[in-house]
Ligand binder design. Structure first.
Ligand code: CAA
Length: 261
């Protein structure tokens, strides 16, 4: 397996891949080499025939404290623009078809908050510290925060959060619909996230990919187009082996034994 400098990669449960951000000295600040490693690990999980769901986490103290401010400080407009700085962070949403669960403890600020918002499912501890503090640095969110946070919490709260740079807790994240679940401790968070990943990994791979795809479409399409898109994918699944396997198993009161496609 590959040796990384800024992340740890493991397979903690059958079908489940885990990536742990591991740059403790900088509270997992997301420097470009870290993102390159993250994308490489995600690519490996995406192409792996054994991995079906992925957990992304950090440490108890920090999921990630943002993009690397020391790396960004001297960047010129031309450098940022011509190298399309931050664009590669989107691989997570454009290249990864398998479900990704972010488990957030501690700081998830700026790019860390944005990275968590890119996940398919976000779990956190009650004391997790989310926020978009970019305004305090004389800039704005650059990895989708103004768009995803606004879709998640609505314009009223997003505008207040982004203009003031104030952070919000894991408890609030759950209350506002940013996080799907909140946990008392880091240990319970990881265990809960692994259980969910294992549950998903136990289902039909093709159905899971389709489910993720159609839910994500709801963020880009209007309701009429979205419902039609869903119906087309639903129709397409009648062409899969797993729809036959799943429904036959139900009728026979057996556990489905999914195809390996
Ligand atoms: N970039 C680079 N280094 C960072 C960092 C970041 N985003 N966040 C923390 N670090 C470094 C600190 O510089 C410090 O390094 P040294 O020991 O070498 O000084 C180390 O991590 C530990 O941090 P602190 O001593 O500050 O720890 P703390 O517990 O006192 O405070 C904190 C924690 C409140 C998270 C504080 O570190 C902080 O405010 N960090 C910056 C948060 C931020 O502004 N994030 C947004 C970045 S901009 C962005 O992300 C743009 C985008 O949208 C893509």
């Amino acid at each position: 397996s590959t040796n990384y400098e800024y992340i740890l990669v493991s397979e903690p449960r059958p079908g489940v891949g885990q990536i742990t951000l591991n740059r403790p000295k900088a509270l997992n600040a997301l420097c470009t080499p870290l993102i390159t490693e993250l994308n490489s690990a995600l690519r490996d999980f995406q192409t792996s025939s054994t991995i079906s769901a992925i957990l992304l986490t950090g440490s108890e103290r920090a999921f990630a404290a943002g993009a690397d401010i020391k790396e960004m400080a001297p960047l010129t407009f031309s450098e940022a623009y011509q190298n399309s700085f931050i664009e590669s962070w989107s691989d997570l949403t454009t290249q990864l078809k398998k479900p990704l669960i972010a488990a957030v403890s501690g700081h998830a600020l700026g790019g860390g908050c944005e990275l968590a918002l890119m996940a398919d499912i976000l779990y956190c501890t009650a004391t997790a510290n989310f926020g978009q503090p970019e305004i305090k640095l004389g800039t704005i969110p650059g990895a989708g925060g103004s768009q995803r946070l606004t879709r998640a919490v609505g314009k009223a709260k997003a505008m207040e959060l982004i203009l003031t740079g104030k952070s919000f807790s894991g408890e609030e994240a759950e209350k506002w619909g940013v996080a799907a679940r909140v946990f008392k401790s880091h240990e319970e968070l990881i265990e809960g996230a692994l259980k969910t990943a294992e549950t998903i990994a136990g289902y039909s791979k093709v159905a899971v990919q389709a489910a993720k795809e159609v839910v994500n479409k709801s963020q880009d399409l209007g309701l009429r187009d979205g419902v039609e898109y869903e119906r087309r994918v639903f129709h397409a699944l009648f062409g899969s082996q797993d729809q036959k396997i799943g429904m036959k198993a139900f009728a026979e009161k057996k556990k489905a034994d999914w195809s390996h496609s």
